[in-house]
Design a protein around this ligand. Structure first.
Ligand code: NAD
Length: 248
């Protein structure tokens, strides 16, 4: 028997990386998954046993409401969409500030607000938000807006959890270290020239983890699955660090 048998799960940013690995793991655990991404073609390739796919830009409030109206009510929300700016307090722009908060924080709020009425009505639900170890947990160089917004996700998770704990709903967030995903490849490429080559840039990301390696997307998906499932029934309001020893 799967750990998510009979559960309806909404996953954002499921087109690639951690969201994709998690949508697949949820389905393997018996859930019926609505896997969404801004990139319709990317997420369409996930359609299969237990997985329905849909295009969804989480920054579009009306589209978020429509997905929940059409496919809900949901037992699980994995709020995975986010963007990593590389900047400092001196190089960040106003446009980057607005975008980082709109995607990494506001859109997560709107997705939670869309699924919560159905969860409250049925007195059950688990929301898993995507934060990062680079947040209130740890400062990382050149991650000014990223760390700021992901710290906001940790606080938002705790605040939301406090409001719904009496209604049988749990809200937690993931705080991963460096995960091997397509967008990490983009960040490595963007740092290659300054670092003195692609391999040196990659090694600097690898070296952050005391374990001397990157996480796989599946390792993060396993924690999201634990938080989604009943085995974590006594866990709420937490930011769970999964970082290969980056912060040890
Ligand atoms: P990724 O960055 O490689 O892919 C992101 C996906 O999000 C893409 O499929 C993209 O189309 C989608 N997306 C972007 N904007 C969207 C929007 N507005 N609406 C819907 N979908 C959108 O994936 P990843 O590296 O697995 O990152 C996923 C999440 O995990 C992000 O929130 C990221 O901040 C977080 N995270 C990543 C790492 C890492 O090292 N990769 C570490 C900690 C946290």
């Amino acid at each position: 028997a799967g750990r998510l048998n009979g559960r309806r799960c909404l996953v954002t940013a499921a087109g690639q990386g951690i969201g994709r690995a998690t949508a697949l793991m949820f389905a393997r655990e018996g859930a019926s998954v609505v896997a969404t991404d801004r990139d319709a073609a990317l997420v369409a390739s996930l359609a299969g046993a237990g997985i329905t796919t849909a295009a969804l830009d989480v920054m579009d409030d009306a589209a978020v409401a429509r997905i929940v109206a059409e496919h809900g009510p949901f037992d699980v929300l994995f709020n995975c969409a986010g963007f990593v700016h590389q900047n400092t307090a001196l190089t960040a722009t106003d446009a980057e500030w607005d975008f980082a908060f709109a995607l990494n924080v506001r859109a997560m709020w709107k997705c939670m607000a869309a699924v919560l009425p159905g969860m409250i009505e049925r007195k059950r639900g688990s929301i898993v938000n995507m934060a990062s170890a680079a947040s209130s947990v740890k400062g990382a160089p050149n991650r000014f807006l990223y760390g700021t917004t992901k710290a906001a996700v940790v606080g938002m998770t705790k605040a939301a959890a406090a409001d719904v704990v009496a209604q049988g709903i749990r809200v937690n967030c993931l705080c991963p270290g460096t995960v091997d995903t397509p967008s990490l490849g983009d960040r490595i490429a963007a740092n290659a020239t300054a670092a003195g080559g692609l391999e040196v840039a990659r090694q600097s990301f690898v070296a952050r983890q005391a374990m001397g390696r990157l996480a796989t997307a599946e390792e993060i998906a396993a924690l999201a699955t634990y938080l989604a499932a009943d085995e974590s029934a006594f866990v709420t309001g937490q930011g769970i660090v999964i970082d290969g020893g980056w912060t040890l």
